[in-house]
Design a protein around this ligand. Structure first.
Ligand code: SF4
Length: 455
């Protein structure tokens, strides 16, 4: 019987896509996937170091695996991702039962390191720079109809709260030709939706041209690939959102009407302390330009509550800007100092009870805005792509609109993931919409497995 592997991913879309690559590598080596960690021969924990609870999740999972490994010494445990890149020796020290520690720049070494560990015992290999652009590695795509496509790795910014630049390195853009070739291969295999991935997609290509970003052109080229019906991207940085990107969104029919534009704070004082490179006024002006150009644009954001030194006035300003922006949803985070960042060294941390109270108030404003925007959609017919049965009620289907809104809807027949349907919106809640099926408009095409992404 073939050896089996299980992967647990903690973190962002970058990690999710890295996990798809790790899966592709392991399958190319003859392993088969399993969801059952207890029955796996290789368990990979792909980590994230952006938020504190990612550490907790990792060390909690490693504690569980220690017991499993005691019962089955042949089990191999791999820790990869940002936390491994950053904490390397700490991971080995806290969890000596880990066989392989590998970083974000050498995902491609996973199989060789597993072989080495089987002979030599625990190994750690962390590179400070990428030896291969990860797109050259095998990929096992999690979804048949939707795919992540990395266009850039690393980040040239220096946000005071963020550890990403020190673990992911400088921005490196993949060539537009490579990106388009991969998207064409995906489309040929039946993928209808792609999400372009980078830490700051708006500056994509600046390192290639040494002049100006190429993101708007890339959006147009990817959007023109035959068979690709939805193009999404994440994440743009507000300071780099250029008019030509907004124009490309407006003029490329397959680019979805959704913009995730991380605000972080509405206070200019806090934004300056975070080194975000924009003011609230400039942010709102760019948002207004995007809304004016792209009809029915959904806007989502990220917000941090309790950044060091945040005063009541700073927070009130955040509430005002959030109300003015009228978000469709927001990821709200309590500031957590990440070792190695500038913000972690500050001595003016905001007391926990103050942060908790602000956080609750912010959630009220965000949810009020989200509910109002969702209520405005009731009665409309929306195109959704089916994702599968709802997690809460398997008799109900879930799908996404072009605005990336989750819709739960009843249907008389089961519909495969990837089916396009028209749904009448009948109910609104802050985090989702409810609806009923009007008609199926397109069935998913036969899926051809893509063993290797284009290099
Ligand atoms: S733009 Fe800022 S928050 Fe985003 S990855 Fe770069 S440093 Fe981190």
């Amino acid at each position: 019987m073939a050896r089996r592997y299980a992967i647990r991913t903690f973190g962002c879309q970058m990690n999710v896509h890295d996990s798809e690559r790790l899966a592709g590598l392991l399958e190319a080596d003859g392993l088969e996937p399993t969801d059952d960690v207890g029955g796996a021969d290789v368990v990979v924990l792909n980590t994230c170091c952006i938020r504190e609870n990612a550490d907790d999740k990792l060390y909690g999972a490693l504690g569980h695996l220690k017991a499993l490994k005691a019962a089955r010494p042949g089990l191999q445990v791999v820790v990869g991702g940002c936390l491994a890149q950053k904490d390397r020796e700490l991971v080995q020290r806290r969890a000596p039962h880990v066989d392989v520690v590998l970083g974000t720049h050498n995902v491609g070494a996973a199989v060789n390191l597993l072989r080495r560990a089987a002979v030599e015992g625990p190994v750690m290999e962390i590179l400070e720079e990428s030896d291969t652009f990860p797109s050259a590695l095998p990929v096992r795509r999690d979804l048949a109809w939707s795919a992540w496509v990395t266009i850039q790795i690393g980040c040239d910014n220096a946000c005071a709260f963020c550890i990403v630049p020190s673990v992911r390195g400088r921005e490196i853009s993949r060539s537009p030709e490579e990106v388009v070739t991969e998207v064409e291969a995906l489309a040929a295999a039946g993928t209808v939706e792609v999400t372009l991935l980078g830490q700051n997609v708006n500056s994509y290509g600046r390192d290639l041209t040494r002049r100006r970003p190429l993101f708007a052109e890339l959006l147009r080229r990817v959007g023109a690939v035959e068979g690709i019906r939805r193009v999404r991207y994440t994440s743009p940085h507000p300071k780099d959102l250029r008019p030509e990107t907004i124009a490309a969104m407006a003029q490329t029919p397959s680019v979805c009407e959704h913009l995730h534009l991380p605000l972080q704070s509405g206070s200019d004082r806090t934004l300056a302390a975070m080194h975000r490179g924009y003011t609230a006024e400039r942010y709102l002006a760019r948002l207004a330009a995007a809304r004016a150009a792209v009809p029915d644009l959904a806007v989502t954001t990220d917000l941090i509550v309790g950044f060091p030194g945040e005063t009541d006035d700073d927070f009130e300003r955040t509430l005002e800007v959030v109300a003015e922006a009228g978000y469709d949803s927001a990821y709200t985070f309590v500031f957590s100092p990440r070792p190695g960042t500038e913000a972690a060294l500050r001595t003016d941390q905001v007391p926990g009870d103050v942060v908790a109270e602000r956080f609750a108030r912010l959630r009220v404003v965000v949810e009020r805005s989200a509910l109002a925007r969702h209520q405005a959609r009731v009665g409309r017919e929306e195109e959704v792509v089916v994702e599968g049965p709802s997690k809460k009620d398997p008799a109900v289907l879930s799908g996404r609109t072009r605005q990336n809104k989750l819709v739960h809807f009843a249907a008389a027949e089961p519909l495969a993931a990837g089916t396009f349907a028209r749904v009448r919106i009948t109910a609104a809640a802050p985090h989702h919409l409810g609806g009923e099926l009007v008609e199926v408009t397109d069935r998913p095409r036969h899926r051809v497995r893509i063993p290797v992404a284009s290099a």
